[in-house]
Design a protein around this ligand. Structure first.
Ligand code: CIZ
Length: 553
């Protein structure tokens, strides 16, 4: 399927010769009873399936009993049996074939249905199976699913070949098509719909869109066309009655299903204050990373679904190693935490061999393991104050939190040059304008903001402190200088008060990766598990426990 080649890669004007992989392409002659019918450029695998799917999806054979023999030789496959050899071919737009018969029209029946959740789940799985595309950037893929799972997957350089291969492989296994859906990586053209029609597949799903002719043919044939199925959305173009609310889930809402699964699996959902409103609303507990890690430790649940970013889920795992800690989206990272690496911290420690290392909770478990103390925005001042005055202190990775703590404690900290890109979207001029517009509003700023922003604030708090301050304050209006997800919680808990984000741009893209659907899938599939090497975990735990002793939690 793939060949290795040597390639010259050019990036930022830098040239490098590296080994790479490209998709293989060969010419396959398809014969029927010894007569040449077509030559197809294809990926050299599943050739018998390709030939069977080719004839089947053109309506030239209809059952396995039509085939008495399949003869394969190098670059050639001959189907012996009752094959209609006359092909009324027209030139098409498809890649990998380009010829198809538009002759007969059939009606596809069947009670097959899929829930929208299942469609999105299958398309996500389908995408992750497409390793050939990831490696070569060339291969198309096709899969067949039933109501419960993807039951077959094929790749080829040609979109049509991939579809023929998957159709042919099911056919050779004597599987029926009327209770299946076809997933394809390419756009849905009329030829794809005709293939589905000829074998009786009632649903075609793609991440791409359909053509108008494909929609017209699907409508006529009774096929359900689903396009742009990606993330949390999809477009259903035809025969939408096959898309059920959620057949597996007895029409329960996604929230109810999450609750049901939590009960069944003894799981809880913890969500950070920056999460999407829909995720906050389903959570058993909301809070900052420390609140949530303590909740994770204290709960009797076996599974903790942590809706936040990676370092937060890691902190929960470090404090509760015996529990299964899941992240609904494993790609939700933290750019601030990524701003320091272990070799960088080690070399800073070598430069200051007697210094104590205090690391903000926004760090990887490896950095925590290399640190003497962990701290959060809530307790950073207490942690620094607990260290004897004659000791030098390295503070990582957030220079602005470090700057704030340094000014509050009067300690000269050795600061790492990290910052939170989301908090840096909050700028002094914007805040001053808001203050002018809302003179009665209390201005509460997160200490990850720059010094000039912190200096114009009325109060400086982490998210836990902000929640408390707003509740206790007599003010009616607040300008909130942190990630805007917190405003959902503030409004919900203080319906009579009014909130203005210090910047409309203060939205952390990583925090928004977690959605309700992903929470459900995470519970269903028990993915993605946080795993940390025991030695790292034990060392990292020491730095967190030292913090907890100081702040008496
Ligand atoms: O500790 C946390 O959760 C962070 C990173 C911020 C905050 O203030 O909640």
């Amino acid at each position: 399927m793939k060949s290795e080649i040597r390639v010259l890669k050019i990036k930022n004007n830098e040239k490098e010769r590296v080994d790479d992989v490209v998709a293989s392409e060969v010419s396959i002659t398809i014969k029927a009873n010894g007569n040449r019918v077509a030559s197809i450029l294809a990926t050299p695998s599943d050739i018998s399936e390709l030939a069977c799917g080719f004839f089947l999806s053109l309506g030239k054979i209809s059952s396995l009993s039509d085939i008495s023999e399949i003869n394969r030789q190098d670059g050639e496959v001959d189907i012996i049996g009752k094959v209609k050899e006359s092909l009324e071919l027209i030139l098409t737009s498809g890649c990998g074939k380009g010829l198809i018969s538009h002759s007969e029209r059939k009606k596809v029946n069947g009670n097959f249905s899929l829930s929208s959740f299942s469609i999105l789940k299958f398309i996500k799985e389908f995408q992750s199976m497409s390793s050939g595309f990831k490696d070569t950037g060339t291969l198309h893929s096709a899969a067949i699913c039933d109501r419960n799972k993807i039951i077959g997957f094929k790749e080829d350089i040609g979109r049509h070949n991939a579809v023929d291969k998957i159709i042919g492989s099911l056919f050779l296994k004597k599987e029926g098509f009327s209770d299946k859906a076809l997933l394809t990586s390419g756009r849905i053209t009329s030829e794809i719909v005709i293939k589905a029609m000829n074998v009786g597949i009632p649903m075609v799903i793609s991440r791409a869109g359909p053509t108008d002719l494909a929609i017209h043919l699907a409508e006529e044939a009774g096929i359900t066309l689903v396009g742009f199925a990606r993330g949390e959305r999809m477009n259903v173009y035809t025969n939408s009655s096959r898309i059920k609310n959620n057949s597996n889930y007895r029409n329960t809402s996604i929230q109810e299903k999450i609750k049901e699964l939590c009960k069944k699996k003894n799981a809880i959902i913890l969500a950070h204050n920056y999460q999407l409103g829909e995720v906050q609303d389903i959570a058993d507990s909301l809070g900052d990373s420390l609140d949530l890690s303590i909740k994770a430790k204290e709960t009797n649940a076996d599974i903790v679904v942590f809706c936040g970013v990676h370092f937060m889920a890691e902190t929960a795992k470090i404090l509760s190693p015996e529990k299964m800690v899941l992240m609904p989206d494993i790609n939700a990272g933290c750019p601030l935490a990524d701003m320091i690496s272990v070799p960088e911290l080690k070399s800073l420690k070598e430069e200051h061999p007697d210094a104590i290392v205090v690391s903000y909770v926004n760090t990887s478990s490896e950095i925590k393991a290399e640190s003497d103390y962990c701290c959060t925005s809530r307790n950073g001042i207490d942690v620094i104050n607990s260290i004897p005055k004659d000791k030098r202190i390295i503070f990582t990775p957030d220079k602005w939190l470090g700057d704030y703590i340094s000014r509050k404690t009067g300690r000269d900290l050795i600061l790492w040059n990290g910052f939170c890109p989301t908090h840096l979207k909050i700028i002094k001029n914007g805040i001053l304008k808001l203050k002018e517009k809302h003179p009665g509003a209390e201005l509460i700023i997160h200490p990850e903001c720059t010094r000039d922003v912190v200096l114009v604030s009325d109060f400086v708090y982490g998210t836990g402190g902000m929640i408390k301050r707003v509740k206790e304050s007599n003010a009616k209006e607040f300008i909130i200088g942190t990630e805007n997800g917190i405003i959902h919680r503030l409004k919900k808990e203080n319906p009579a008060k009014v909130f203005y984000p210090a910047s409309e741009l203060a939205i952390c893209p990583n925090m928004k990766l977690t959605t309700l659907e992903k929470v459900l899938w995470s519970l269903e599939d028990e993915k993605y598990k946080i795993e940390i090497e025991k030695e790292i975990m034990d060392k990292a735990r020491t730095s967190i426990e030292r913090m907890l002793e100081i702040v008496n939690v």
